[in-house]
Design a protein around this ligand. Structure first.
Ligand code: ADP
Ligand code: SF4
Length: 697
């Protein structure tokens, strides 16, 4: 297919100091959860994107010195020569495809706890970040840097830049964002200094300027030097002679770095979930930067549409289209635009499961792209699958995320696939969930897969087809896959934090009842111990229908797990906006149709809330009746030629959509194949550190 000439502009090269990006697709630094301890996993993950056409591929945060130690959160390092080889593996992989490799050198300042290196964190004025979430809380406060500390950090940056060049990087970063050290010097709340590094904006910018200068002195002849800077807070503060302090900072640094990488200040706004922020949500904060510098500007905004990308460039907002999540969901996004295969783009849904992987301290996982992080471990490729050695007839029952992904991957492998669902509309749980407030972008999970499946001649789709054992015996597939999903239960929750007992009655509902169109009578108590999005979003939905809703949870926050996906603060805001009160640390002790009795999780104190309905969003259990009936009639199935019955997704173990997609993909990759265990990556050993001297220039 031919590319639409409207998109030619996206494929123009862009000069970044002494190096040139081959096109405008720029994979900005983003956490991968793959530290230097997983060098092959990391190199293969980044390589897939270079192969898919991204012109620049960057690492995630890469610590310049042991005083910047974010453990147990995963981060890369360039602390000494021993770190070089792990990075060189990635730069070589990226260069194989003609892309540039960038490294986000990073010092976390007061926002790291140095839990492993056990050195007091460094900060401009001893002011800590005192997070409200336990995952980011720490009891060690930072110390104030004196002039010799500042000189040390500048030297560490320069030395790390030299090591970065030895590792083969083409772009080297200075980081002044997201609460880290450079940012702390810019912000008066962190920076109370009275010397030349504090006070006026010129003084607060000095440290960042010097960081850029030492980096340029070290590697600027060969590498582009980028400044990554958060502008959200600065933009909200009026400047002395410019509209904001952000303008003044950019004005002061306008021609100092070779590239500006501009972003927001906190993870929930920077990597905003689609539930609460549209594509391009950074624009109102960063739109002015290009007008103040001749240097190229890159920024992000969950861009998946080539039209919005072109618009960013034509309107003078950005020079390079930054992508983190879109590049994870579809490493081949640029190639698909280049080749006019827009329908094949696997668009990021903005669910932020990828971010949750970093918060979990593990390699990245993605809802849309089940191969992310598995390129080296399992040999999975985001676009290519191994053709089946022997083609089989496979029947999949259930067309939710698991069934759809399984059908797609089996179809690509060349099997004859039948995908049946009792519902008229395919999509499983997403049929209902994508109609809930803010979740429409999640529809892309279904659309991407249905789009591809409809093109395949070896895949047949059977909507409105409820299958039982007799029908399955009639069809007589070689392999049967059950993707029949799960049901929400009416289980309650004990003070031991275990689901116990059941509550039932005319006024007791689950999300499935609401999906089926039953409308609870208000006032409603929604009791949530699932802790992911469903409780919060359903409360929003019911309140949006005009019902008086009270949200109750045994956790400390509404939708407590969503701290992992950057949604939690926004969930609270949304509930407040809809007038939904939130009561935490309470379990449901009883409901008589007039009131819900609550018990305090820790003290047992009993209170009550008037309610005509109780909606329980708690435990899900597999919908496995069909499986049980089938296993009771195994002999008949065998006689009909059915050689295997497998369960995938929620029908096996209820989980998030990411788990269902992964489960469907894995089975499809492995069906009829000898299953090898995933490969284990190892760090490079001492003896493998080639360079003997601090080399470079
Ligand atoms: P998952 O997240 O694991 O993909 P979902 O709950 O989203 O699971 O999807 C399960 C799908 O299976 C639903 O669309 C449901 O209608 C369908 N299903 C369940 N049992 C049967 C059956 N016996 N015949 C056909 N479709 C079924
Ligand atoms: Fe996008 Fe979700 Fe994949 Fe992250 S996990 S890249 S937000 S689809």
């Amino acid at each position: 297919m031919m590319r639409d000439s409207r998109y030619d502009i996206l494929f123009e090269p862009v000069k970044i100091g002494p190096v040139t990006a081959p096109n405008r697709f720029y994979q900005v630094p983003h956490a991968s959860g793959m530290t230097n301890a997983l060098p092959r996993v990391r190199a293969a993950f980044r390589e897939a994107k270079a192969e898919g056409g991204w012109g620049v591929i960057c690492t995630g945060a890469c610590s310049i010195h042991p005083t910047s130690d974010d453990a147990p959160l995963p981060f890369a390092s360039l602390w000494d020569l021993r770190d070089i080889k792990a990075h060189a593996l990635m730069t070589e992989a990226v260069h194989r495809h003609g892309a540039l490799a960038g490294v986000e050198l990073w010092h976390g300042g007061a926002s790291v706890m140095n839990r492993v290196t056990r050195t007091p964190p460094l900060s401009p004025s001893g002011i800590p970040w005192m997070a409200t979430h336990v995952g980011f809380m720490g009891n060690l406060k930072p110390r104030t840097m004196d002039k010799s500390d500042i000189r040390d950090v500048l030297r560490w940056q320069a030395e790390a830049a030299l090591r970065a060049r030895s590792a083969g990087f083409d772009i080297v970063y200075v980081y002044a964002g997201m609460g880290y050290l450079g940012y702390e010097f810019l912000m008066p709340e962190y920076n109370h200094r009275t010397d030349e590094y504090g006070g006026s904006i010129e003084n607060r910018v000095r440290f960042v300027r010097e960081m850029i200068e030492v980096t340029k002195d070290a590697v600027g002849q060969h590498c582009g030097v980028a400044l990554r800077i958060s502008l959200e807070e600065l933009r909200s503060r009026p400047g002395r002679h410019q509209p904001s302090e952000a303008h003044e900072v950019i004005e002061l640094l306008a021609e100092v770095p070779d590239l500006f990488d501009v972003k927001m200040d906190s993870s929930p706004t920077d990597c905003a979930p689609s539930r609460f922020a549209p594509e391009g949500s950074h624009e109102p904060v960063i739109d002015f930067v290009k007008r103040m510098t001749k240097k190229p500007v890159v920024g992000v905004g969950r861009f998946t549409s080539p039209d919005s990308m072109v618009s960013q460039i034509r309107r003078g907002v950005l020079d390079l289209i930054g992508g983190a999540r879109p590049s994870i969901a579809d490493p081949f996004l640029p190639a698909k635009i280049r080749e006019g295969r827009l329908d094949e783009i696997r668009e990021c849904i903005g669910c932020n499961i990828c971010i949750s992987s970093w918060h979990d301290g593990v390699p990245v996982r993605c809802t849309q792209n089940p191969t992310a992080g598995e390129e080296w471990r399992r040999g999975w490729h985001p676009e290519r699958v191994r053709p089946a050695a022997r083609k089989s007839k496979v029947l999949i029952v259930g067309a939710g995320p698991a069934g759809l992904e399984c059908a797609l991957t089996l179809g690509r492998r060349g099997h004859e696939v039948m995908l049946a669902d009792e519902a008229e509309e395919l999509g499983g749980r997403l049929r209902f969930e994508t109609r809930l407030p803010g979740l429409s972008a999640w529809r892309r999970v279904v659309e991407y897969r249905l789009g591809r499946l409809n093109e395949m001649t070896n895949v047949s789709l059977f909507p409105a087809s409820r299958l039982g054992v007799d029908e399955i015996i009639d069809i007589a597939p070689d392999h049967l896959v059950l993707a029949t999903g799960a049901r929400w239960t009416k289980m309650l929750y004990s003070p031991l934090e275990i689901p116990v007992g059941q509550i039932d009655g005319p006024g007791v509902f689950t999300p499935d009842d609401i999906a089926d169109g039953r409308i609870p009578e208000g006032p409603v108590v929604l009791f949530d111990f699932d802790n992911y999005y469903m409780g919060g979003v359903l409360a929003e939905h019911l309140a949006g229908m005009g019902l008086d809703v009270h949200y109750v949870t045994p956790a400390g926050h509404a939708s407590a797990w969503t701290i992992m996906s950057n949604e939690l603060p926004l969930v609270h805001r949304a509930l407040t906006r809809r007038g939904v009160p939130v009561t935490t640390l309470r379990t449901v002790a009883g409901f008589d149709g007039e009131a819900v009795r609550l018990s305090h999780l820790f003290t047992g104190e009993v209170t009550q809330i008037a309610a005509r309905s109780l909606v329980i969003v708690g435990l899900r259990s597999p919908r496995d009746e069909l499986y049980r009936e089938l296993t009771a009639r195994m002999a008949e199935l065998k006689a009909a030629g059915v050689s295997s019955i497998e369960r995938i997704g929620d029908a096996l173990a209820p989980g998030a959509i990411v788990h269902a997609v992964y489960s469907g993909h894995k089975l499809a990759q492995e069906l009829g194949q000898e299953v090898r265990p995933a490969r284990r990556d190892t760090p490079f050993g001492e003896e493998e550190f080639a360079p003997q001297t601090e080399a470079a220039e």
